[in-house]
Design a protein around this ligand. Structure first.
Ligand code: ATP
Ligand code: MG
Length: 403
């Protein structure tokens, strides 16, 4: 039997890597909260139908990337390849639609059977934002702004480009037509006679009227994509129009976007999403115009580069067995005051000092027989080497105060 290996495309997140991931998730969550997005956690597996129906039979994910299995009860299940479908399922099965609009943040592992390479894994992690029940372009503006804000807070916004495209669709054109009739109707008195006639027969033709007064009115007409672009400009969020951004899933309409980077080789997309107004209905739910995105945590962590430092503990070191109980008490009290403590399990003083340095302790508290007899401990600053004696009954207060 060969040595056990992790499954191809999966990785262990050792503590350093876990800290990088945690920083991405915590930063995203904190920023998302500023915009009113609250955390939702849906199951990691769903009935396969949930993904088949939403992602579309022709999408890469459904045709070749899903981890699908039959469980012991005979149900056909799939490990979630992305978060939106599960959240929409929750909206419908949980009867949440009566509370629209809803703003959700989620984070967690996703599973896709892909060819593994740097920045592309079979189990990977995403942060995800969904804004449900908002048909206005202001919704698209907000979710893009949350994304840009998170990238900025991670210090990577400058390494990315926002690529933007609009797909349009029959439905959005109909919605646009209705908005246009509504708008032009309010300016009926100012329109030329010709445009008034056109408004009834084919309102879109008013847009290319040559009449000067008509042109002024048309210039301010609500055009979904123009409104989006103007709002991003107001917020100072730069973008590049790219008609090749179409996204891999069937459910997108209207706005699609990707924050991309040149710094991760072939895996250039770090955060991507768009509008999916028709999705809830294809799942048998109520019509719920929605927009959202997902960001790859591995790629964001790689882009951010730096590794957040671990907590620096205080090492409590009993010198000899008699001091062990005092050490236990001090460690307990410090931890209850919110101070991290490294309390060795074994070894003489020099081994325990080595361990204190290895875990990057900032202070060592040595509990020797002589000190204990005086009800005191010696405190050594491991950065400066400075050493002093402190009375045991003031020790915890003093360390808590200087933190
Ligand atoms: P790609 O074009 O790189 O395959 P995608 O369009 O399939 O990306 P989405 O479904 O939009 O990706 O997922 C959103 C984000 O999740 C991506 O921008 C990327 O950062 C990340 N991501 C997607 N698939 C993987 C994967 N297999 N491993 C790591 N991160 C991934
Ligand atoms: Mg993909």
């Amino acid at each position: 039997m060969s040595a056990l290996q992790p499954v191809r495309g999966t990785r262990d997140l050792l503590p350093e890597e876990s800290r990088r991931h945690r920083r991405v998730v915590e930063t995203a969550e904190r920023v998302a909260e500023l915009y009113g997005y609250e955390e939702i956690a849906t199951p990691i597996f769903e009935f396969t139908e949930v993904f088949k129906r939403t992602l579309g039979d022709t999408s890469d994910i459904v045709t070749k990337e899903m981890y699908t299995f039959t469980d012991r009860g005979g149900d056909l299940l799939t490990l979630r390849p992305e978060a939106t479908a599960g959240i929409m399922r929750a909206l419908i099965s949980g009867g949440l639609a009566q509370h629209l609009p809803l703003k959700f943040f989620c984070a967690g592992p996703m599973f896709r059977y892909e060819r593994p390479q740097k920045g592309r894994y079979r189990q990977f992690h995403q942060i995800d934002i969904e804004l449900l029940g908002v048909p206005e372009p202001l919704g698209d503006v907000e979710v893009i702004a949350v994304g840009a804000h998170i990238l900025e807070a991670l210090g990577v916004l400058g390494k990315t480009t926002l690529e933007l495209n609009t797909l349009g669709d029959a439905e959005s054109r109909a919605a646009y037509r209705a908005a246009l009739i509504d708008y032009l109707g309010k300016h009926l008195g100012e329109l030329s006679a010709e445009s008034r006639t056109r408004l009834e027969r084919n309102p879109l033709r008013v847009l290319d009227s040559k009449d000067e007064a008509d042109k002024r009115i048309v210039a301010a007409a609500p055009i979904f994509f123009d409104y989006l672009k103007a709002s991003l400009a107001t917020l100072g969020i730069g973008y590049r129009l790219n008609p090749r951004i179409v996204r891999g899933l069937d459910y997108y309409c209207h706005t699609v976007f990707e924050f991309t980077t040149n710094e991760l080789g072939a895996q250039g997309a770090v955060l991507a999403g768009g509008r999916y107004d028709g999705l809830a209905e294809t799942m048998g739910g109520p019509s719920t115009a929605s927009v959202g995105w997902a960001g790859g945590i591995e790629r964001l962590a790689m882009l951010a580069g730096e590794v957040p430092a671990a907590l620096r503990p205080i090492a409590v070191i009993p010198v000899g067995q008699a001091a062990e109980h005092t050490a236990l008490e001090i460690a307990r009290d410090l931890r209850h005051r919110g101070i991290a403590v490294e309390l060795g399990f074994h070894g003489n003083v020099s081994r325990r000092m080595k361990r204190a340095n290895k875990v990057n302790a900032r202070i060592a508290i040595l509990l020797g027989d002589n000190e204990l007899a005086r009800k005191a401990a010696s405190l050594r600053d491991l950065d400066t080497g400075a050493q002093s004696e402190v009375a045991l009954d003031t020790l915890v207060d003093r360390l808590a105060a200087e933190r």
